[in-house]
Ligand binder design. Structure first.
Ligand code: NDP
Length: 283
């Protein structure tokens, strides 16, 4: 049976460390503040925003929720983000994705000042990560690297397979694993004979968005299996991209859903917001 990677526990350790530093900054008169922009009423987005606020409360970061009607125009939203860019009390800006279809997501992300882009989605930050001179790492992949490190398995030289190539998870994940000297293969919906790749993975990251997509037959015995997927089932329960019940019999280490990657993503957001505040205050 696989060892379960306790994302909640590791995320709490990250948040405790953030809190210590946030408290120290407070003593020197610096308050750390994150602005979270939410457009519309998407229920899943509302839950994510609420969880981010709870995490801010826990580590002592001030969170400002900025809510907009789902019919807000592109210009109005860009202008609101520019106001946040110019507000020196705000250290980090996060725009909760996805945005309503009439909005140009890429332009909205580009309108965030890169020094406040705590999600690390702005092209400037993506480029910096590519050349290894980054200020922030994207929260989900950075959290996953911590989870892999927690197993004691060294990424260096391992066959790493990432299933999914989104800009938010798959591609930056591949970049971070490459930076840690993993031998990385990125698979996607056009990959032929996916199982031939996943079966060779010492470290397998599933970021597909399809419930129970990866089963035990696709996993190399003893592998580290990271399940990024968050799929809501008809009964309301959350389910990952990995069929946990069968996979845990084959994998060496595995993340549960919930309680794996999700909490780490939020912990890393706290870390990035702290980093932004320190950089903006030349600390
Ligand atoms: P996207 O939908 O943007 O990307 C999904 C990827 O999976 C695409 O690259 C797609 O390939 C690939 N894919 C789809 N079907 C197949 C298939 N049959 N075989 C192989 N590859 C396939 O999703 P995201 O990357 O944004 O998110 C993935 C999952 O992770 C979702 O469940 C999301 O909710 C969750 N998530 C969780 C986070 C967390 O904190 N835990 C954070 C962010 C996301 P192609 O490019 O060819 O279409």
């Amino acid at each position: 049976m696989a060892n379960i990677i306790n994302g909640k526990l590791i995320a709490n350790q990250v948040k405790n460390n953030v809190k210590l530093e946030v408290d120290k900054l407070k003593e020197s008169g610096i308050e750390v503040c994150l602005a979270v922009v939410l457009v519309g009423n998407d229920p899943a987005s509302k839950v994510y925003v609420r969880n981010k606020k709870l995490a801010c409360d826990k580590v002592g970061i001030i969170s400002k929720e900025i809510l907009f009607d789902e019919n807000i125009s592109q210009n109005e939203l860009v202008s609101a983000i520019k106001d946040l860019n110019n507000d020196n009390k705000i250290n980090g800006i996060l725009v909760q994705l996805p945005l309503p279809r009439h909005l140009d997501e890429k332009e909205i992300i580009r309108s965030i000042d890169p020094v406040k882009d705590v999600d690390a989605f702005h092209p400037v930050n993506v480029g910096k990560i590519m050349i290894g001179e980054y200020d922030f790492l994207p929260c989900t992949p950075a959290g996953i690297v911590d989870l892999i490190d927690s197993t004691g398995v060294d990424i260096c030289g391992k066959n790493c397979v990432v299933v999914g190539r989104s800009n938010i998870v798959g591609k930056p994940m591949a970049m971070l694993l490459t930076n840690r000297s993993g031998t990385v293969t990125v698979c996607h919906s056009k990959t032929n004979k996916l199982i031939e790749f996943t079966k060779k993975a010492d470290i397998l990251v599933a970021a597909v968005g399809v419930a129970n997509f990866i089963n035990a037959d696709m996993i190399k015995p003893g592998a580290v299996v990271i399940d990024v997927g968050i799929n809501r089932m008809q009964d309301g329960k959350l389910c990952g991209d990995v069929d946990f019940a069968s996979a845990e019999k084959v994998a060496g280490y595995i993340t549960p859903v919930p309680g794996g990657v999700g909490p780490m993503t939020i912990a890393k957001l706290m870390e990035n917001t702290l980093r932004a505040a320190k950089k903006q205050n030349s600390i």
